[in-house]
Design a protein. Structure first.
Length: 509
């Protein structure tokens, strides 16, 4: 992330961080609804006392599995206890246990998938692990789904995961190497999985492998490199890649109505952006940050068009200016819960970790772009790390200080499992929908700080796309470098608090 700025150092040591963590207002629940959200929704602290919660999954049986950066699981059982478990992960800088999603067929197979950082290998840092979650809410059989070739020497680790039509999508960061203008080439090097959105199969026969319709499956040689600042050269592709040109896609969500992947990609020092991903396309970084064209001296002629395979630089559907402040966009989802007020069902919710804001923007009719000038305040927060909506029709906001807040529509009647449109799928294997991105108008649209620019949708078709789905049917952060980020220190402090507890707890490797 950071979970702080990529050019910001924490002024405290481990004990100072511990005191700050314990005194943090977010530990008391810092989400406050504002504007029209305050009159439309109810907000309640769902869980507190967590150690840097990063993501959660709401199961159809009503259990909520909350993951924490240092490898802890807290499963909240309806009307009962919170059951804890633990796996070992690397916690350097932004690394840790960063993403979770339940299998669409969880009720029959009991699978959950997590994005976890391997403590044993920098070269193969980022992994997708599958666990069977028992009726006792303890982690059972572990299966390694993906564990090769995703580097993680520093920060920009990504962590967003979601499932659509039998495939898992994951956002992987570019490994850091912060500079302004940007110098890290990995987002463009197609022999590297870093700085990308990856797409892998979850079918047992092809588990962890690229689906046949991934965009680089039939491409022999691509633009590649050997290191973050290495010269471009031709190389064999990483066929797991779905789309490229990202810096740190920490949070992503697949729209089950269209198959389009929405990503919050954290910027360097000038812009934060939300992308609607186009398969087989270059989304700009490091040549562009939001709509800032860096005119890099190492960029090939034509920038993205000079990369093999060639692509125009796809602009974000929404961006905002950092205006001299630390900022880290936290991507969210379209608010299409089945029991929510109709006027909210076409809004995309997202936030910012550093700016302590949660906003919505209006989505266009084709759900592949947003309406210019439509940003509205939704809530204030403190260290926002994730946004999820569950099958219980509730919106969950996670904060670094240890709190999860649950938001429901006033008068809502939905119960767990009653809203399959939120996370459920109508079946299908690996057909995957395409992503479409909008052009950006570039005009500031509201008076708030930071300023915003938003785009209406174009009709670009992503390579390897299958069109709209028939489904019926939620940090990227920046840091200066370990361990001087707020997240690095917070994780260390949380580790001190939780060490004794973890020694008593069964460890699942």
């Amino acid at each position: 992330m950071s979970f702080a700025s990529s050019h910001r150092s924490g002024p405290w040591g481990a004990l100072g961080a511990l005191a700050l963590l314990l005194a943090s207002p977010s530990a008391q629940g810092a989400i406050t609804l504002v504007g029209d959200a305050a009159s439309a929704f109810d907000s309640k602290v769902f869980q507190t006392g967590l150690a840097t919660p990063t993501d959660l999954a709401v199961l159809a049986d009503g259990r909520v599995v909350i993951i924490q950066k240092a490898g802890d699981f807290a499963t909240v059982v309806p009307g009962g206890d919170t059951v804890e478990d633990h796996i070992d992960v690397s916690t350097t800088s932004e690394q840790g246990l960063l993403g979770i999603v339940a299998d669409p067929d969880f009720e029959t197979n009991h699978y959950i998938y997590v994005y976890a950082d391997n403590p044993a290998s920098q070269a193969d840092r980022h992994q997708i692990l599958r666990y069977e979650l028992g009726a006792d809410s303890k982690l059972g059989t572990k299966t390694v789904v993906l564990d090769m070739g995703l580097e993680g020497p520093a920060n920009h680790d990504g962590g967003g995961i979601d499932i659509y039509q039998g495939n898992l999508y994951m956002g992987v960061g570019d490994t850091g190497a912060n500079a302004s203008p940007p110098k890290n080439r990995y987002g463009t090097c197609l022999n590297k999985g870093n700085g990308k959105i990856l797409r892998i199969s979850l079918a047992e026969a092809t588990l962890g492998q690229p689906p046949d319709d991934n965009p680089l499956m039939n491409v022999g040689m691509v633009t590649g490199c050997d290191s973050t600042n290495g010269a471009f050269k031709m190389a064999a592709p990483d066929k797991r890649i779905w789309a490229w040109g990202f810096r740190n896609p920490f949070r992503l969500w697949v729209d089950k109505t269209t198959g389009k992947v929405w990503v919050g990609d954290v910027g360097e020092v000038t812009r934060e952006e939300v992308d609607v991903v186009q398969a087989g396309k270059h989304h700009g970084y490091p040549f562009r940050e939001g709509n800032q064209d860096w005119k890099q001296d190492f960029a090939p002629d034509g920038q993205c068009m000079g990369v093999t395979p060639a692509s125009e630089c796809i602009p974000p559907v929404y961006e905002y200016e950092r205006v001299g402040m630390d900022a880290s966009v936290i991507g969210g989802r379209i608010l299409d819960g089945c029991d929510w007020p109709a006027e909210w069902k076409s809004r995309y919710i997202f936030g910012d970790y550093n700016l302590n804001k949660v906003w919505t923007v209006d989505v266009n009719a084709t759900r592949d772009g947003v309406t210019e000038g439509s940003r509205k305040d939704f809530a204030t927060s403190s260290g926002l790390t994730g946004i999820r909506m569950g099958t219980d029709n509730a919106l969950y906001l996670l904060e670094e200080g240890g709190t999860v807040t649950r938001i429901t529509a006033k008068g809502a009647t939905a119960t767990p499992g009653s809203c399959p449109s939120v996370n459920g799928e109508a079946g299908g294997s690996s057909a995957g929908g395409s992503g479409s991105a909008g052009s950006v108008a570039g005009a500031p649209s509201d008076a708030g700080s930071p300023s915003e620019t938003a785009g209406t949708a174009n009709t670009h078709a992503g390579a390897g796309s299958a069109g709209a789905s028939t489904d019926s049917g939620g940090c990227g952060c920046r840091v200066a470098g370990a361990p001087n980020s707020r997240l690095g220190w917070a994780a260390l402090a949380a580790g001190l608090v939780a060490a004794a507890r973890r020694r008593q707890r069964r460890s699942t490797s």
